[in-house]
Ligand binder design. Structure first.
Ligand SMILES: [Zn+2]
Length: 245
């Protein structure tokens, strides 16, 4: 039975209750519903713990998908007791970590607005994220930082728009950023929209994002690396630029 992935509709849900539907031989736990994001699209899966009725905790490594995206597996850390099928648990996402990932993930969207080249890869991290662009231009990192911070400070709303796979196929112009492959196959696609009426950006994405750009906070481009003739790797970090670098 496909899991009810509550995080897809509510990025701020840090806790919920769920019933154990399956316990794999290797300890992986499947639940009827979950607020734990599973690793995909460059964003690491949530960590945290499952709380049993007696108050004991099952600590979790990053959550992952199973054979397909309809399966979400909660992975206990080494030596944890395992729950029983049918048992009700209370889920607790490691929220400080997830919130950082949401801020970083949203920052990656803003970077794709400032740098409108095709994206060839991305990885969201708690302290640093990287986005690779298919570009040969040389660009000043401080200039990119200034444009990013302007978008943060303008405090644009960030919201989801759900469209069907068919709607997307029929209206390719809905997607402003042409460089991201839509997460097709779930029957519906979430467009992440930034700005009133998506004025700043809209692109298909299944990750988690903050509700308005000011939540991203202070960020900067720490480095732009040349990775081949037509590839530039941008590294985004939290905080003000390190002037000694
Ligand atoms: Zn996203």
């Amino acid at each position: 039975m496909p899991v009810n992935a509550l995080f897809r509709d509510d990025f701020y849900l840090s806790t919920c209750q769920a019933v154990v539907t399956q316990v794999h031989e290797d300890g992986g736990i499947e639940l009827d519903q979950t607020c734990f994001y599973a690793t995909s699209g460059g964003q690491p899966g949530d960590t945290g713990y499952l709380e049993r009725a007696d108050g004991s905790k099952i600590l979790l490594n990053p959550t992952k998908h199973g054979t397909d995206k309809s399966v979400i597996i909660h992975v206990p850390t080494e030596g944890q007791a395992l729950p029983n099928i049918g048992e009700t648990l209370t889920l607790h996402v490691d929220w400080p970590r997830r919130y950082k990932l949401m801020r970083m993930h949203t920052a990656c969207h803003l970077l794709s607005v400032v740098c409108p080249w095709p994206i060839t890869g991305a990885a969201v991290g708690e302290e640093e994220s990287r986005v690779d662009f298919d570009m040969s231009e040389t660009i000043d990192k401080d200039e990119v930082t200034a444009k990013l911070m302007a978008l943060v400070e303008e405090n644009h709303p960030v919201f989801l728009k759900w469209i069907t796979d068919e709607e997307l196929a029929a209206n390719p112009d809905i997607v402003k950023s042409k460089n991201v492959r839509p997460p097709l196959g779930l029957g519906r696609v979430s467009l992440v929209c930034i700005g009133e009426n998506s004025a700043v950006d809209s692109q298909p994405c299944g990750g988690t994002h903050v509700a308005e750009t000011q939540e991203v906070g202070e960020i900067h481009i720490a480095k732009i690396e040349k990775k081949g003739k037509e590839n530039r790797r941008f590294r985004i970090r939290f905080g003000k630029p390190d002037v000694s670098a």
